[in-house]
Design a binder for this molecule. Structure first.
Ligand code: ADP
Ligand code: MG
Length: 504
């Protein structure tokens, strides 16, 4: 600790006021309670500026500013701090929005705000111009009831006095009490770690719960426009339903946070159970295709999860190998008994379905358009945009089953003509020789009953689970194939996932 900071904390007076931070304060400022502090990181100018709950705090070189900074690279009015009272997940909270007004720039964590606003978070580093940098921190709810550390707060108006003001309790503090049920923000509760994956709308990272030490996954959505209160409310209600979901084959949604990042934008965080052993997609890529017994065991678990979701009227809508995660129990001893048809070094695999139920939040149109953009797994009725039911998941499950067993998708541009979209709309599926020669007829029968264009005639989840492929293990004692395996010119066979990924 520098000597000047020590002096300030002990309330000692200093010989010179030259380096003292200057704060000009509006008349009546004491009526406002404190919301946050800017801790000065300016060399030789240690101290804190209090951000009061008044609508706007002006920072700049002008003496008329609430926080006056003398440095030459600071604009007359450099930036404004606007206190917003927002409702986050039903709790009221006061947040500070920083708006740039400068010539030389206002930077938050190294990023320049170009005449833009940004809602500050605990620990943000705010740099004004080149010379003035600060650490931003919200005050804890009741912190104000105690004098702020004897205080390192520079005084108002009493110009050359070195007395540090003790915050006064005003009538505002009493009014503020209902706000005390403030909910911690996402970053108050979690430390964000390495990236686990990313998709169309979000990036998924590891995070540690600061209280429990639990490791979780957090899905951080790209910032969205905050123009629709109704949508936010709907999101809260829908995620509440998703949070009630409890099934071993479905990734658990632990919590969610919707927080403003600027006046116009919000950021959503979904806190999820972390699933450690990657996507089914990577397993297919690594092995080129999966053994029939293994596929059967994986598919059984996917159906268990889907049956649970469909019973609760939740449609996944984006079943594909990237959204199927694996939790693998590795073998520790040679004598350990395997619990399924897994690889030698694996004792058991639990399948977890990820990434569901948020279509409404993302926006029905946008979500459907994204699905239709790469339609490999999309049911014909989704492409036609004529309405859909839970049967869309069974179509996608049929595509997934096909991919697992041969390593390439049933519908693709490589198989054109007709185009991939047309193949889907016509339900044009074929089992090519030699790729399907060793797959049991009963499995081909099942796939043929999933990839049915008319959803009314397509199997539902229970019919799928009742299919003989799950009870009759005839594929283990192979019988001659009865269903036709179509011959095909090799060059038309789509690239397998592993070939595709080696090309990338
Ligand atoms: P998107 O909607 O953007 O596709 P996902 O929820 O599918 O987002 O997540 C993207 C990727 O992040 C997944 O494919 C997976 O690799 C990884 N991921 C998602 N959720 C988890 C989780 N709970 N645990 C571990 N990794 C995850
Ligand atoms: Mg996904």
């Amino acid at each position: 600790m520098t000597s000047s900071l020590k002096r300030q904390l002990s309330g000692e007076t200093r010989d010179s006021d030259e380096k003292r931070l200057q704060v000009a304060v509006d008349v009546g400022e004491n009526e406002y309670s404190s919301v946050a502090v800017l801790v000065s990181l300016i060399p030789g100018k240690e101290g804190k500026y209090i951000v009061k709950g008044k609508p706007t705090t002006k920072i700049g070189r002008s003496r008329a500013c609430d926080i006056a900074l003398a440095e030459p690279d600071i604009s007359t009015l450099h930036c404004e701090l606007c206190v917003l009272t927002v409702t986050i997940d039903g709790y009221q909270r006061r947040l500070v929005n920083i708006v740039d007004r400068s010539r030389n720039g206002t930077f938050v964590n190294g990023n320049r705000l170009v005449k833009r606003d940004y809602i500050l978070r605990n620990g943000d580093r705010v740099v004004l111009g080149r010379s003035c940098s600060f650490l931003f921190k919200y005050l804890a709810d009741n912190e104000e009831e105690h004098p702020i550390s004897a205080s390192s707060v520079p005084t108002q108006g009493e110009n050359n006095s070195d007395q540090f003001k003790k915050p006064t309790l005003s009538s505002q503090d009493v009014v503020r009490r209902p706000l005390s049920a403030q909910r911690p923000t996402f970053l108050d509760r979690f430390i964000v770690g390495k990236e686990l994956g990313s998709g169309h709308y979000a990036i998924v990272k590891e995070a540690t719960d600061k209280d429990s030490g639990d490791i979780v996954a957090v899905k951080i959505f790209h910032p969205q426009r905050n123009d629709d209160q109704k949508k936010t409310k709907q999101f809260r209600e829908e995620t509440k339903i998703l949070m009630s979901i409890q099934h071993r084959n479905i990734v658990k949604l632990i919590d969610r946070f919707v927080e403003p990042v600027s006046k116009a934008q919000i950021q959503t965080y979904l806190v999820l159970e972390k699933v450690s052993d990657g996507e089914l997609f990577d397993r297919i890529v690594r092995k080129t295709k999966l053994r029939q017994e293994e596929t059967n065991a994986i598919f059984t678990q996917i159906l268990n999860g889907l049956r649970y979701l469909h019973a609760k009227n939740i449609i996944h809508r984006d079943i594909k190998p990237e959204n199927i995660l694996l939790s693998i129990r590795k073998r520790q001893h040679t004598e350990e008994q395997q619990r399924g048809p897994w690889d030698d070094d694996e004792i058991d695999i639990t399948i977890k379905i990820a990434d569901f139920g948020l279509a409404k939040f993302i926006g029905e149109m946008q979500f459907t358009n994204t699905l239709c953009g790469t339609p490999s797994y999309v049911a014909p009725e989704v492409l036609k945009k004529t309405g859909y039911t839970s049967k869309v998941d069974l179509w996608s499950a049929g595509v997934l089953l096909y991919v697992c067993l041969c390593g390439f998708p049933p519908f693709s541009e490589q198989l054109s003509p007709p185009s991939m979209k047309e193949q889907i709309l016509q339900g044009k599926v074929a089992f090519y020789s030699p790729y399907w020669d060793n797959v049991d007829d009963s499995c081909l029968h099942l796939i043929s009953n999933l990839l049915v264009v008319n959803p009314a005639f397509r199997y539902d989840v229970q019919q799928t689970m009742n299919h003989p492929w799950f009870s009759d293990n005839s594929y283990l004692a192979r019988s001659p194939a009865l269903m036709s395996r179509q011959a095909i010119d090799e060059s038309r066979i789509p690239k397998t996932y592993s070939e595709l990924s080696s090309l990338q």
